[in-house]
Write a protein that binds this ligand. Structure first.
Ligand code: MTE
Ligand code: MO
Length: 389
């Protein structure tokens, strides 16, 4: 409770009070009934634990699925057709190799990162999005207000700053939402506001450079994900997605406030905790298959590479200390998504190391310099050790 973004030290009091009360009860029980035996005590403990767990499970289920619950609201929402559909990358978007991450990540497989112990249950009827701070006019929007705007559909890859090299805290989805820049423009932002602070209903905050929100990229307030209402775990009823930035400085879920301010005036959640100020995502590439073993002969090596908003122009694979060899790339329609790659490797038996590197759309080769995830995202080349039998 103490570490929740919207609560202070006093939030520990209910738990402390409950703990003291429970300790008092146990003490009373222990001193008044000295005659009961060890098996009675075990039975008491088992019943107490079962009742407690049952109560927690029932309240979580009721909140999610009961009448008038957030899941009922969400399922009642029919995802509208977009006014501006996403550009189709075509059948070559997915190279369809076994063991390779699909180009579009299904919602159920999309990574989840947030500070919430349980996802906030937001009532869509009373939900509001408030735009305030350094603006000419404060504005407030309902969910229906959002749906009444031009609906934009875009394929955007989202990744986490805490994704290690070769890790899976990255996914690609087709988001449906409204233009963040156009909505903010209605509030007449002060040109001196260089930071957009987005706030979640649970108090989480992210700070995005306004320069990146207003530079023409497809920054969205999303209400749909892969043709479905935005899943509760991914921010229902509305979240931000800004192509080219890590989630911690852009992708606020359960969004409820947009505040125009400055980087000098305010440090959002992870900046307060010593993570880096917003920077474009690092160019990254990952080997998905093979991961450990293979049979001698022709082996398809495949993976994904991403550098959102700059795009991927090349991927190369190196076997042991051999030369960098160019791989085949999947088709993409924009620079905002990851790109699959593949290559056939004539594998001889023994131990081999495969290393991958990508070149972004600006022609810059991925750095081989190793950096940890904190403060600004891991760098270095992904390699896997393969035993060929
Ligand atoms: N409300 C809220 N939004 C949040 C976060 C959070 O902790 N709380 N985490 C951010 C981080 S660090 C990432 S990487 C993305 C992850 O989005 P996902 O869970 O939909 O993959 O959400 C961002 N939005
Ligand atoms: Mo993240």
């Amino acid at each position: 409770a103490v570490t929740r973004p919207d609560l202070g030290p006093a939030a520990a009091l209910p738990s402390l009070a409950a703990g003291l009360w429970a300790a008092g009860c146990l003490h009373w029980w222990d001193t008044r009934r000295p005659e009961r035996d060890a098996s009675g005590r075990r039975r008491f403990l088992a019943v107490a634990v079962a009742v407690g767990a049952g109560a927690v499970a029932a309240s979580l289920l009721a909140r999610r699925f009961g009448p008038g619950s957030v899941e009922a609201d969400r399922e009642a929402f029919t995802v509208p057709e977009p006014d501006l559909p996403a550009a189709e990358p075509g059948p070559g978007a997915d190279l369809d190799v076994e063991g390779l991450a699909p180009w579009r990540t299904p919602n159920a497989d999309f990574y989840r990162i947030d500070t919430a112990i349980t996802s906030p249950a937001v009532d869509v009827d009373t939900w509001r999005l408030r735009v305030h701070g350094m603006v000419g006019r404060t504005r407030t929007y309902t969910f229906d207000d959002l749906l009444g705007r031009e609906l934009v559909e875009r394929d955007i890859t989202l990744c986490c700053v805490s994704n290690p090299v070769g890790g899976d805290l990255v996914g690609n989805a087709r988001w449906l939402g409204v233009s963040l820049a156009e909505l903010l423009a209605e509030a007449e932002p002060d040109p001196g506001a260089d930071q957009l602070v987005s706030r979640s209903v649970d108090g989480f905050t992210a700070g995005t450079p306004t320069a990146m929100v207003f530079d023409g990229r497809d920054a969205l307030i999303a209400v749909g994900m892969n043709g479905e209402p935005l899943p509760v775990d991914h921010g229902w009823p509305a979240r931000l997605v800004v192509p080219g930035l890590y989630g911690y400085v852009s992708a606020t879920k359960w969004l409820t406030e947009l505040e125009l301010t400055t980087f000098d005036a305010y440090d959002p959640y992870w900046i307060e905790r010593d993570w880096g100020l917003p920077e474009p995502v690092h160019t990254a590439s990952r080997i998905d298959t093979p991961r450990s073993g293979a049979d001698a002969g022709t082996v398809t090596v495949a993976g994904v590479a991403w550098a959102q908003h700059r795009g991927i122009s090349a991927v190369e694979l190196k076997v042991d200390d051999g030369p960098w060899t160019e791989c085949e790339l999947s088709d993409v329609a924009t620079d905002d998504t990851w790109r699959q790659w593949r290559i056939d490797w004539d594998a001889s038996s023994g131990e081999h190391t495969l290393t991958v590197r990508a070149t972004d759309g600006d022609g810059r080769v991925q750095t081989d310099e190793v950096a940890p995830t904190k403060p600004s995202g891991a760098t270095g080349l992904h390699n896997v050790k393969i035993t060929v039998a």
